[in-house]
Design a protein around this ligand. Structure first.
Ligand SMILES: Cc1cc2nc3c(=O)[nH]c(=O)nc-3n(C[C@H](O)[C@H](O)[C@H](O)COP(=O)(O)OP(=O)(O)OC[C@H]3O[C@@H](n4cnc5c(N)ncnc54)[C@H](O)[C@@H]3O)c2cc1C
Length: 484
């Protein structure tokens, strides 16, 4: 730190993870000199809101969960809380498109856990045989092995094939745009693995938690989980702007692509004292510490020369691509049910749509009265071939499937856009946690280099923020800066 009064810290990647890391660094005392490098010409990464006249349309995430409190706490800390809203109280219901009909997802079926008997006994989404098989979960022995397994394996083992096909697979491929046959149970749903280990199963786990906290369990099962979400009233981009405004001037370096990181050849006795030279398309710069908040493939490229093992493991974390077709239509042009927050579409329906979000039902102020904003999710790990289609083909397909699923009869939408997400959604495949441990162990000897972001410990916005917080703690400790 000889040439600079304060240590210099580089943050790579201007998505929510890099922004949060930069913000947390700026709160350290003494404050390091921070540089946030983003290859694009704006901040936010996948978070971006389209504003067109009265329309407010999210290109990707449209809300975040508050059960993991880090995103909400960050918003509070920067004085943004008053801009956050909860989902509308009406229409807190999601549907399933099954056998050419729109059916409500049974209340009390929480991700993969049956929590209420009556709605499941009376749902049209499962056959009698499947319902009996589901109840038999009580007697399915707990798995003995502690090895990771796929989500499909866990669910078919415990709840049966039809529950997987009709409910869990579409819910999961809708949320993670993932293939549940490959998804790691330990990395994506550890709470259910733990429930099986501790109580012997999902129903037993629920009965135990109900005994422990009857009121909370009832609340969880009755759809009140929508209260656990929040969204910026004026869109994700307004939050990104608010975060940017918190950063010291000179922090943000846009259109700066980081290419590699090197050690400065200087005699050094301790790794914590080593310096880093960052090579970018705008020239080289030297830093005392680095936080990489890049997507895994980009981190792998940047770290390749210095840390080949970590780089190799990072490059094995795969990402799925998807397309969102955003359509604004007259409510009157739809004959099917749209009185909920969205519809998920099982693979066995033979359609390409993964899910339809009725985005303007979820949050107010997205489109004028009488209109509906639909976001139709295509592609993902289940249908990667969809990304090869042209925009006009995707629009054509979305129109045809909206006619079939929700009975849309309009000539053309009032507004529409094709939003492509190439390699944007990390896939936590079986063995993910071991891979992450391997990466972290490879970098353990260099505490002034930390990783964070959606590819490692959770894809949701709150998990990204908490990973940024942990990365900053590590760097602060390595640089002997006290934290407030
Ligand atoms: C369609 C979709 C819907 C989603 N919905 C939700 C939701 O409702 N709720 C929720 O919580 N989460 C949701 N997510 C997930 C969540 O939005 C993301 O996981 C999160 O925003 C990722 O943030 P990040 O900062 O880790 O990565 P990113 O946003 O990918 O940011 C990484 C940044 O690094 C930059 N970069 C890449 N290479 C370089 C380089 N060499 N040099 C410099 N910069 C570089 C990129 O340009 C990018 O800006 C959704 C994601 C998608 C794709």
């Amino acid at each position: 730190m000889d040439n600079h009064k304060h240590p210099r810290v580089a943050v790579l990647g201007g998505g929510i993870s890099g922004l949060a890391a930069s913000y947390f660094l700026s709160r350290l005392e003494p404050r390091p000199e921070i540089r946030l490098f983003e290859k694009g010409n704006r901040l936010g990464g996948v978070l971006e809101t389209l504003y067109d006249g009265a329309y407010v349309i999210e290109r990707s995430a449209d809300n975040f969960a508050t059960l993991i409190p880090d995103a909400l706490e960050l918003a509070k800390e920067i004085g943004f809380e008053s801009n956050l809203i909860r989902p509308n109280k009406s229409g807190r219901q999601a549907f399933l498109y099954l056998n050419n009909r729109i059916e409500p997802i049974p209340m009390g079926f929480s991700l993969m856990q049956p929590t209420r008997l009556w709605p499941i006994a009376t749902t049209n989404t499962l056959s009698i045989t499947a319902k009996i098989r589901l109840l038999k979960e009580l007697w399915v022995p707990a798995r003995q092995s502690s090895d990771d397994e796929s989500l499909e394996s866990f669910v078919t083992r415990r709840l049966g094939v039809e529950v997987f096909d009709n409910l869990v697979e579409p819910i999961v491929s809708g949320i993670f745009t993932a293939d549940p046959r490959k998804l790691s149970m330990q990395a994506t749903m550890p709470q259910f693995v733990e429930m099986e280990r501790q109580y012997g199963g999902l129903i037993r786990g629920h009965l135990h938690s109900r005994k422990k906290d009857a009121a909370a369990a009832a609340k969880r099962a009755s759809g009140a989980r929508y209260d656990q979400f929040m969204a910026p009233q004026h869109g994700m981009s307004s939050w990104v702007e608010a975060l940017k405004d918190q950063l010291p001037a000179e922090t943000v370096c846009l259109e700066t692509s980081v290419q590699s990181v090197r050690r400065i050849p200087e005699p050094s006795t301790s790794s914590a004292a080593s310096k880093w030279r960052l090579e970018t398309n705008q020239g080289d710069q030297d830093f005392d510490a680095i936080i990489s908040a890049l997507p895994c493939a980009a981190s792998a490229r940047v770290l390749h020369g210095l840390f080949p093992d970590a780089s190799e493991a990072l490059s094995q974390i795969s990402y799925a691509s998807s397309a969102v077709i955003a359509m604004i239509v007259d409510r009157q042009s739809i004959s099917g049910r749209t009185d909920g927050f969205g519809i998920i579409v099982p693979r066995k329906s033979g359609l390409k749509t993964l899910a339809i979000s009725f985005s303007s039902n979820k949050y107010p102020g997205r489109v004028p009265e009488g209109q509906l904003l639909l976001r139709i999710f295509l592609g993902g790990a289940m249908h990667p071939e969809m990304m090869d289609h042209s925009d006009s083909d995707l629009i054509h397909l979305a129109h045809a499937e909206m006619r079939q699923i929700i009975g849309w009869s309009g000539e053309k939408p009032l507004w529409q856009a094709v939003i492509r997400w190439n390699n944007a959604m990390p896939q936590y495949e079986v063995g993910h946690l071991q891979r992450v441990t391997q990466i972290e162990e490879s970098l353990a000897g260099t505490p002034t280099l930390a990783l964070c972001g959606a590819g490692l410990h959770g894809v949701g916005i709150p998990q990204c923020v908490s990973s940024a917080k942990r990365a900053v703690s590590q760097i602060a400790k390595a640089l002997s800066i006290s934290q407030a």
